[in-house]
Design a protein around this ligand. Sequence first.
Ligand SMILES: NC(=O)c1ccc[n+]([C@@H]2O[C@H](COP(=O)([O-])OP(=O)(O)OC[C@H]3O[C@@H](n4cnc5c(N)ncnc54)[C@H](OP(=O)(O)O)[C@@H]3O)[C@@H](O)[C@H]2O)c1
Length: 256
Amino acid sequence: MTGSSSGIGEEIAKLLAAEGATIVVHGRDEGRASAVAEAIRATGGGAEVALGDLTTDDGADAVAAAALAGGPIDILVNNAGFIGYLSWTEATAVDWAQTYNTNVISSVRMIQRLVAQMRERHWGRVIQIGGGLSQQPIAIMPHYNASLAARHNLAVSLARELKGTGVTSNVVAPGAILANEAIRAQLTHMGQSHGWGETLEEIEHNYTLAMAPNDVGRLGRPEEIAAAVAYLASPLADYVSGATIRVDGGTVRTVI
Ligand SMILES: NC(=O)c1ccc[n+]([C@@H]2O[C@H](COP(=O)([O-])OP(=O)(O)OC[C@H]3O[C@@H](n4cnc5c(N)ncnc54)[C@H](OP(=O)(O)O)[C@@H]3O)[C@@H](O)[C@H]2O)c1
């Protein structure tokens, strides 16, 4: 479960643990990853920790070795990544390359290290966390939008590659998710500067109308992404491969 030391990944790890999976909690920061593993164990779940920067082959080797030390891996959720709030004029070629490495090649590194052993056991799940900006990119963060599109694309290619093996490859595509403290703080800051209200609830409502309009009328929660991952990870989804599940409140358009 890459990038499970905070945000969306943390909630996916907790829900899969509640469903009975033993989780390999991953991040680069030992304190954050250990805290999530400890929280899972405190509720009776099983959790180990694997630390490493997935932007390098050495880091990915260390994460895969730590993960496999506990036994074979049945489910790989590629969630690790970052959002760079840069415009077309700000994002340099280096920013584009670093974002592609972090958000796309990191996933590929884990696929290369973990999927062969799933194939040998004729069962497995590979789930990419993609995003709505892959299909409806906005003007800002072009390097990030493109990295999400690549995640969607590679997941379908992998599904074709895994034809007949018992291993599936799918995408969960979040809309705008109130995932962590940094996003809450940024929302509060934007809300104050745009006059969107005083409380987080008011600001979320007005932000949603202005920036992320959807049929439900609010931002998503990490638990809601976790629910879709839990479905795809389960035997209930044996007949689902190469698919995308959107969890975005019914977002049909963007306004910026
Ligand atoms: N939030 C949204 O609205 C949204 C919408 C669509 C898609 N997404 C995607 O969902 C994923 C999670 O987003 P989030 O908002 O939950 O972010 P987050 O809270 O910042 O979590 C990111 C996770 O990725 C890990 N990570 C980042 N860079 C890494 C690297 N180089 N090597 C290894 N681990 C790394 C972080 O670990 P450390 O503890 O080491 O930092 C952390 O566990 C991202 O891939 C993002 O693109 C988010």
